[in-house]
Write a protein that binds this ligand. Structure first.
Ligand code: BG6
Length: 587
């Protein structure tokens, strides 16, 4: 969803500070961007469509107070007029917004009758006009609170005006973090963007509002107006973690970070040992996630059955809300989410909590909404993931689930052993010889319109995630299929030269999966075998050494690399694919 950043303090380069904050938030939305700076009681705005790229805010005046926004369009097309910030009739109030203002039309129609003029198609533009209307009878702070309380939906709103030297920010649903400095204060949609400026943060809770000046930060409950006591937290993250370093983009950096991350996970099983007890006590556990995380949940269902001989349910986050009526106080919902801010997950968790279910989370972001609302907390520990297509967080999720399953069996050492096997296999996949082989395949199939990926057992979620990676960033239509389902329909899509990827690890699925590859070959498919040994049915072979259940990790890294090189060969941006965002904080 959108990225938001704000600065108030003693430095005269507020617009530049906000602009640099937006750069590190751009993975949250890159349809357009904008900055508003307050100088000599006048608000100056610069906004452009598209990515920030080599733009700048040099033409904005020197200022010590500014707010900025990167947009993932929901209401209104991708135009400069629809970009944030939005102003009131007199240009004296500026607002940026993250979320969906569900009842904006009713309020807009009332304001139109009172003579307000609107220039954009957005729901957001109604907010500065609403504040303009309410401020007639009260202070700016109170007008913003009153306006926020009239808004329905999940939103974060940040407002400034020409009279008060303050930034007022309120949230209900969409994330907001306050950063504390000396005679300066910051706010951001996510804590990692604050790292270059401060490590002292406060994660705004739902229905809380912050009033920032350069000297102070006041937190108010939006409903009661009561001033809240807050606990400032210190982030123990390194700034460099969020930077590209020697890599051309974040996706490649994050792909090559995976061996080290899995080594760190297998090296400290304390979370899993603790969590195993909680799972064992639960009466009915559910793994719930969205996008890539949902495939980790599906893999979790296979892993638990295979390793612990236990059934754990799997559900897609955006659907779980429609089939959880059976949950009760003995149920355990394990919500898996890289960002911890995906609204479909937070909404499902809220509904599950209403049924007294216990919530556990596996997330990559300390202090995220999911982390704070969960009863039991597990951190993936993959470091900030900036590329929109998830890679290291996914294999991190798998490594935790594999270790957790073995811990439930009291076989932690066994779990650590096969994960270290998988690290060896991953290093082979990332070796220059192997990468060259995958690059060559990308050149062969990059102009194809359709790619099919098959797998059985654990290789089914592998196939689904592999197809998603190819779709997300190369824009080639790819479909992940349960190999056994081929002959029940999808096989009709295979014709001469159709790329057909088959995952054939050395496990109980090998034979039946090979049959699937042969069925595709028989219809002219170009069969790409990802396996521990070659086979004559393969038109192209990519070797992946066996690591028992953990073979899913090197297997999916082959697909990550293939999707990456297809994208590069097509001259596309692997970090910021069109129409997507890193975490979607709207329903
Ligand atoms: C999408 C991301 O917005 O959300 C995907 O582009 C991700 O990469 C999905 O898998 C779920 O996100 P999260 O943060 O809940 O794991």
């Amino acid at each position: 969803m959108c990225g938001i950043f704000g600065y108030i303090g003693y430095k005269e380069g507020a617009a530049e500070i906000v602009f640099s904050g937006l750069k590190s938030l751009e993975y949250r939305g890159y349809d357009s961007w904008g900055v508003a700076a307050l100088s000599k009681d006048k608000i100056f705005v610069k906004k452009r469509i598209g990515k920030i790229g080599n733009n700048n805010v040099d033409n904005l005046p020197k200022s010590d107070l500014a707010i900025g926004h990167t947009r993932w369009a929901t209401h209104g097309g991708v135009t400069e007029i629809n970009a944030h910030p939005h102003l009131d009739c007199l240009g004296k109030i500026a607002v940026i917004h993250n979320g969906i203002f569900e009842n904006y039309e009713k309020i807009k129609n009332k304001l139109l009758k009172e003579g307000h003029k609107f220039i954009s198609e957005t729901d957001t533009e109604v907010i500065p006009h609403l504040i303009e209307d309410l401020i007639k009878k009260t202070t700016f702070e109170k007008a913003v609170r009153a306006a926020f309380n009239k808004m329905e939906g999940l939103n974060a709103v940040i407002a400034i005006n020409t009279k008060d030297r303050s930034i007022v920010a309120a949230r209900n649903g969409s994330p907001l973090v306050i950063g504390f400095g000396k005679n300066e204060n910051f706010l951001s949609s996510d804590a990692s963007a604050l790292l270059p400026f401060t490590k002292n943060v406060y994660f705004l809770e739902d229905n809380e509002m912050a009033v920032l000046t350069d000297k102070s930060v006041k937190i108010i409950n939006t409903k009661s107006g009561k001033v809240m006591k807050i606990k400032i937290q210190k982030l123990n993250w390194k700034v460099t973690e969020g930077q590209m370093g020697k890599y051309p983009n974040f996706m490649l950096k994050e792909i090559y970070e995976q061996p080290q991350i899995i080594l760190e996970i297998l090296g400290s099983p304390s979370q899993e040992v603790r969590f195993a007890k909680i799972i064992k006590k639960s009466r009915g556990a559910y793994l719930v996630g969205c996008g890539t995380a949902s495939y980790a949940c599906l893999a979790g269902q296979y892993l638990f059955s295979k390793i612990t001989k236990r059934h754990i349910n799997f559900a897609i986050g955006s659907e779980f809300g429609y089939h959880l009526d059976f949950l009760n106080k003995d149920s355990l919902v394990v919500a898996i989410s890289q960002s911890g801010e995906t609204m479909d997950i937070l909404e499902s968790v809220k509904k599950a909590k209403e049924r007294k279910a216990k919530i556990a989370c596996l997330t990559n972001v300390f202090g995220s909404s999911l982390y704070r609302t969960s009863d039991y907390k597990m951190l993936i520990g993959a470091g900030p993931e900036k590329a929109v297509a998830s890679t290291k967080a996914f294999t991190g999720m798998l490594a935790h689930l594999i270790l957790l399953a073995y811990c439930i069996n009291g076989q932690t050492k066994e779990g650590q052993k096969i994960l270290s096997e998988s690290v060896k296999s991953v290093n082979d996949v990332l070796s220059p010889k192997s990468v060259k082989n995958i690059q060559k395949l990308a050149v062969i199939i990059k102009d194809k319109k359709h790619i099919y990926v098959i797998g059985r057992g654990l290789s089914y979620p592998t196939a689904l995630e592999s197809a998603l990676k190819i779709k997300e960033i190369s824009y080639i239509h790819a479909e992940g299929l349960a190999a056994g389902e081929l002959k029940h329909g999808p096989l009709a899509l295979v014709e001469k030269g159709t790329p057909c990827i088959a995952f054939l690890p050395d496990d109980e699925t090998y034979g039946a999966n090979l049959a699937g590859a042969m069925e595709m070959k028989a219809r002219g498919g170009f069969v790409i075998g990802i396996s521990f040994k070659p086979h004559e049915v393969f038109d192209y072979f990519i070797k992946v050494d066996n690591a028992d259940e953990a073979t899913i990790i090197p297997n999916v890294i082959v697909a990550q690399l293939l999707a990456y090189h297809l994208t590069i060969d097509k001259g596309l941006d692997p970090d910021k694919p069109r129409n997507l965002a890193k975490s979607v904080t709207v329903k």
